[in-house]
Ligand binder design. Structure first.
Ligand code: HEC
Ligand code: HEC
Length: 248
């Protein structure tokens, strides 16, 4: 289906070309207004209101219930090496002060978070480092049960993008796969972890397993799976050129 393929293609385009959007030329560090910071630094990939664009949807109460302020601060500061998500913290060569990153996280929480009715289900763990370790063999069975009908397998094409494609998997982190497996993309037609099969809610272990299997489908020798075991353990991984500001 054409429409469903869009996000994948958009993400491929991003990693190929677009770098970090630039802030204003004058005194950019003085800006602490959330909307200005977000539109100058984030909107190109996450959409002006955090809902559209090739990057994950951030303006989503379920996502904001899942990820803590600390989780979000961490990824904004350090980025996701190996993906288009740039590091914004000074210590990582970025352009935003701690205060500005704090203002962005505050703004997302204040303007976009809402109480979420979990309907009796337990919210799974966000971070892959805290979640139970995944098992790829079990994960394949989970994929067949919970994902294949939309994302396809082998010669069977689903209505949604081929997330088992190694070229796609090379561009996304395990954390992104986990986040999406939990919160879904209801705006794109992907239900959250509770609502894919009637009466079947995926648990933490199921989600870890399916992520482990997807990670095992990355191109051979590709290191992201290991390096993404926590948001901080990427010391050996160099950032792709697309994350660098062009030198002038
Ligand atoms: C009811 C259909 C449906 C089911 C079931 C489903 N998805 Fe999706 N998923 C979608 C649609 C539609 C999209 C929108 C983007 C696309 O087509 O790739 C999507 C997007 C995604 C994306 C983001 C793709 C991108 O562009 O970055 C990931 C990752 C993903 N799904 C993982 C999963 C996993 C893992 C499962 C099983 C645990 C699953 N999905 C089950 C329909 C589904
Ligand atoms: C060049 C594109 C790009 C820009 C600019 C960008 N992001 Fe991202 N962002 C991404 C992509 C792609 C991901 C998913 C990366 C992955 O983990 O695979 C992401 C992931 C994230 C996540 C984590 C989602 C999760 O998995 O929990 C947060 C939070 C986030 N971005 C916030 C921001 C904020 C805030 C800004 C601006 C200060 C910003 N991003 C700027 C592309 C971008």
């Amino acid at each position: 289906m054409k429409a469903a393929a869009f996000p994948l293609i958009a993400l491929l385009g991003l990693s190929a070309g677009c770098g970090k959007p630039k802030g204003q030329a004058e005194r950019p560090q003085a800006v602490i207004n959330f909307h200005q910071l977000f539109s100058e630094n984030c909107a190109a990939c996450h959409g002006t209101s955090g809902k559209t664009g090739a990057g994950p949807k951030l303006n989503d109460p379920l996502y904001l219930a899942l990820a803590s302020r600390e989780d979000m601060r961490n990824v904004i500061e350090n980025g996701r090496p190996g993906t288009p998500m740039p590091a914004f913290g000074f210590a990582r060569g970025g352009t935003l002060t701690e205060k500005q990153i704090g203002a962005i996280v505050d703004g997302m929480e204040k303007e976009w978070a809402k109480p979420v009715n979990l309907q009796g289900a337990t919210l799974p763990v966000y971070g892959i480092a805290k979640a139970p370790p995944g098992n790829a063999r079990r994960g394949q069975a989970q994929y067949m049960r919970n994902c294949m009908m939309c994302h396809g397998f082998g010669s069977f094409k689903g209505i949604a993008g081929p997330i088992t494609d190694p070229n796609y998997l090379a561009l996304v982190s395990n954390q992104y796969l986990r986040t999406t497996a939990i919160v879904g993309r209801i705006d794109w037609g992907m239900p959250d972890w509770r609502h894919r099969i009637p009466g079947h809610v995926m648990n933490d272990q199921d989600i870890s397993d399916v992520v482990a299997w997807l990670a095992s489908q990355r191109p051979k020798g590709y290191m992201m799976a290991e390096n993404q075991s926590t948001d901080n353990s990427f010391a050996n991984q160099s950032s792709p050129d697309s994350e660098r500001e062009p030198k002038r």
